[in-house]
Ligand binder design. Structure first.
Ligand code: THU
Length: 118
């Protein structure tokens, strides 16, 4: 995934790319952006969500996440993703083989997600 090359990862050297496919068929991408404070690092998934939402898109069909080992989204990113629906797919991609290594529904990755006044 091309955006993975733009990841800013001087601390972990672990670049991640994420691409959201919106219901309107557009793709919004993001990469991880690390910070010297560590805690202010932005994951690729949240970067992609910000890109999509800033463009006016809030509904998507899928998000693909590419990394060296095809990692799953962290807990914080799962919570940010479920803000925008429980019904889209999460595709994990091994960036070395460029193969999809796993597919989930976001609802499977965060059962019992926090909702304000459900
Ligand atoms: N990271 C992501 O961007 N997405 C994930 O799903 C897991 C972790 C980033 C955060 C940090 O820049 C690096 O990967 C190592 O944790």
């Amino acid at each position: 995934m091309a955006v993975q090359k733009n990841a800013y990862t001087p601390y972990s050297r672990f670049p991640v790319g994420a691409a959201i496919l919106s219901v309107s068929g557009k793709i919004f991408s993001g990469c991880n952006i690390e910070n010297a404070s560590f805690g202010l690092t932005i994951c690729a998934e949240r970067c992609a969500v910000a890109t999509a939402v800033a463009a006016g898109e809030r509904q998507w069909k899928a998000i693909a996440i590419a990394s060296r080992s095809g990692v799953t989204p962290c807990g914080a990113c799962r919570q940010v993703l479920v803000e925008f629906g429980m019904d889209f797919e999460v595709l994990l991609v091994d960036s070395e083989s460029e193969q999809i290594t796993a597919r989930w529904k976001i609802s499977e990755l965060l059962p019992g997600a926090f909702e304000l006044e459900p």
